[in-house]
Design a protein around this ligand. Structure first.
Ligand code: SAH
Ligand code: SF4
Length: 340
């Protein structure tokens, strides 16, 4: 049975029309689900009994089960159990500009980045739209906090699950839904070129982040398998297309791995690669994991890398380190839990 949290407004409208019912019922249902946050269909007081039993027949509305939650002062990390006994995670981060939730889009990931826990465990399956929406609902309910920003940077490659991800964005962005502004939503991809082009033509003003992590193909090939399919030239070309279509600034994520991609030379080469592109670089201190041998760059190396980019007029920030105490990097909680 389908879960109701996977239905977009358009899909629900169509559903009601097909069942000879008024289209506006979709709006009523959305308000009950996302404004009033009910847990049972029969709590929808202005909806007829007949409609409620129709919905009960066709949809479930189960919430996600929270298995563990680990918190410190600026982050809460949730591990969820799905109906088929798979595990995913979401990370809530408290910023001064609001609360942002990092959600998972797949169980595991097939992109095979060498530094990543989610890639180490491989993809089991795509998440359904409802499983993404329910991460947001479960965290808001558990934390009693309003989430202002959503980033698709948890377990999985969003563009390897494109259609469900787009439906997810439609639902959380809908004014009658969770109503998170499109400029407050960020999709992060390892660089699936055809999907970046497709995303350029998507009508919403959603942010795009690219996991670049290297200034040239030699280094990128050695840490990211996807670069063999879509090398840097093709990636940059797709990003240029995205920028020309959307006029939006792109974020490049760059994890600093000790002795791999963190030299001053690498910073220079990165500056040349990105010169003239409407972008900014987010330097990410690597979150070490016990299963993978890469090490985090020293603080001085990180600062030198930063300075070199600045000197070359590249907009750059260093990501604040969230949750290294609670293993907040992508996939860590799940993989530790599985191994116990
Ligand atoms: N698959 C997408 C989104 C999920 S990964 C992507 O790769 O962009 C989100 C980000 O976390 C990516 O930039 C990824 O490279 C980074 N990441 C993965 N493992 C990490 C670790 N151990 N420490 C820091 N960042 C990590
Ligand atoms: Fe997948 Fe992203 Fe991890 Fe690479 S970094 S393996 S694309 S989740």
């Amino acid at each position: 049975m389908k879960n109701i949290y996977g239905e977009t407004m358009e899909a629900l409208e169509q559903y009601f029309v097909e069942h000879n019912q008024a289209k506006f019922k979709a709006t009523q249902v959305f308000e009950w689900l996302y404004k009033k946050r009910i847990h049972q269909f029969d709590e929808m007081r202005n909806v007829s009994k007949e409609t409620i039993s129709l919905l009960q027949q066709d949809f479930s509305m189960d919430f996600l089960k929270i298995v563990t939650k680990k918190s410190d002062q600026d982050v809460s990390k949730y591990l969820f159990q799905l109906e088929d006994d798979n595990y995913i995670e979401a990370v809530l981060m408290y910023h001064d500009y609001g609360n942002s939730l990092c959600i998972s889009t797949q169980v595991g990931c097939n992109m095979g980045c060498h530094f990543c826990e989610s890639g180490r465990l491989k993809k089991v399956r795509n998440l359904k739209t409802s499983e993404m929406v329910r991460q947001v609902l479960a965290v808001e309910e558990d934390s009693a906090i309003r989430i202002s920003h959503v980033v698709l940077m948890g377990i999985g490659e969003p563009f390897d699950n494109y259609e469900e991800v787009i439906k997810f964005i439609d639902i959380i962005n809908h004014p009658k839904g969770i109503d998170i502004g499109s400029r407050h939503i960020t999709v992060s991809t390892s660089g699936i070129v055809p999907k970046i082009k497709e995303f350029a033509d998507y009508e919403k003003q959603v942010n795009l982040a690219i996991s670049l992590h290297a200034p040239n193909n030699t280094i990128r090939n050695s840490i990211m398998e996807i670069n063999k399919a879509y090398p840097i030239e093709k990636l940059i070309e797709a990003i240029q297309y995205y920028i020309s279509k959307t006029n939006r600034r792109v974020t490049f994520e760059y994890i600093l791995l000790k002795g791999v991609n963190d030299s001053r030379e690498n910073a220079k080469e990165l500056s040349t690669l990105l010169a003239g592109i409407n972008c900014y670089v987010n330097l990410i201190p690597y979150n070490e994991t016990s299963h993978i041998e890469y090490k985090k760059s020293d603080q001085n190396t990180i600062l030198a890398f930063y300075d070199e980019l600045k000197k070359n007029q590249i907009a750059v920030t260093i990501r604040r380190e969230f949750g290294s105490n609670v293993n907040a990097a992508c996939g860590q909680l799940r993989s530790n839990y599985k191994e116990e």
